[in-house]
Design a protein around this ligand. Structure first.
Ligand code: PGA
Length: 257
């Protein structure tokens, strides 16, 4: 983390978990234990159907609410989808885009992610853009090629003013939901390389102020070490965000002096 130049963000990605009732219960428990996060912005990314209830339930809890996907069109015949405008109006501040589960299970391409980034920015959302390599790609030594390609595609046509609203999350696919975390050195290396890429395209100021998160089995035990790296500005946390107490431990790990 480098709190001088950029915001630390601890974001929980609930995926397809929790009903509205469970969302309210989570918020009630958090209200009791959270207090005021000292340094970081805590965020919960919830299923779109939970957005309105979530925003209401977390109103007096210092946690921002977002969602996990949006469509790139404003409206139309896209059964089962939600537009960026819809999730924005339902109360989302952030939206996760390009998550590896969306890419793998719903065939989302890098071009789709680019269109979604533009749609989210137009709607006034803050995209959390996910990039990451598979185990095979890491073993072949093409991690940075893959991430460079994903970033270039996702950010095509995005201006320096717009890119300031984007958060990038490095999520090695082999570490997601597997209990296998990238070592602190592996995570820091890629997050640092992402910042260098941003610097080359958008200049030093933009790169310095961009929050770059690590995701992939981050938990209460490994968070402090990961977050002690200068280039890791927070986490995107799946499994360990589902219980208020464990999520709070990660938030607290970001409060180190
Ligand atoms: P995980 O998920 O923490 O359960 O590995 C992270 C993510 O998919 O964002």
């Amino acid at each position: 983390m480098n709190r001088r130049y950029r915001k630390t963000i601890i974001a929980g990605n609930w995926k397809m978990n929790k009903t509205i009732t469970e969302t309210k219960e989570y918020a009630a428990e958090m209200r009791e234990i959270l207090g005021k996060p000292k340094w970081c912005e805590a965020v919960l990314l919830v299923p779109p159907v939970n957005l309105q209830a979530g925003v209401r339930a977390f109103k007096d809890v210092k946690i921002s609410i977002g969602t996990e996907n949006c469509h790139y069109e404003t409206s139309g015949a896209f059964t089962g989808e939600c537009s960026a405008e819809m999730v924005k109006e339902a109360g989302a501040k952030y939206v996760v885009l390009g998550h590896s589960e969306r890419r793998a299970y719903y065939n989302e391409t890098d071009m789709d992610v680019n269109k979604k980034i533009h749609a989210a920015l137009r709607a006034g959302l803050r995209p959390i853009l996910c990039v990451g390599e598979s185990l095979e790609e890491r073993e072949l030594g093409v991690t940075m090629e893959k991430i460079t390609y994903q970033l270039k595609c996702a950010l095509a046509g995005v201006t320096p003013e717009q890119v300031r609203r984007i958060v990038v999350a490095y999520e090695p696919i082999w570490a997601i939901g597997t209990g296998k975390t990238a070592t602190s050195a592996q995570a820091a290396e890629v997050c640092g390389a992402i910042r260098t890429l941003i610097r080359k395209t958008y200049g030093a100021r933009v790169a310095r102020s961009m929050s770059i998160l690590y995701g992939g089995s981050m938990n209460a035990k490994n968070a402090a070490e990961l977050l002690s790296n200068e280039d890791i500005d927070g986490g995107l946390i799946g499994g360990a965000s589902l219980e208020p107490k464990t999520f709070l431990e990660i938030i607290n790990a970001s409060n180190q002096d």
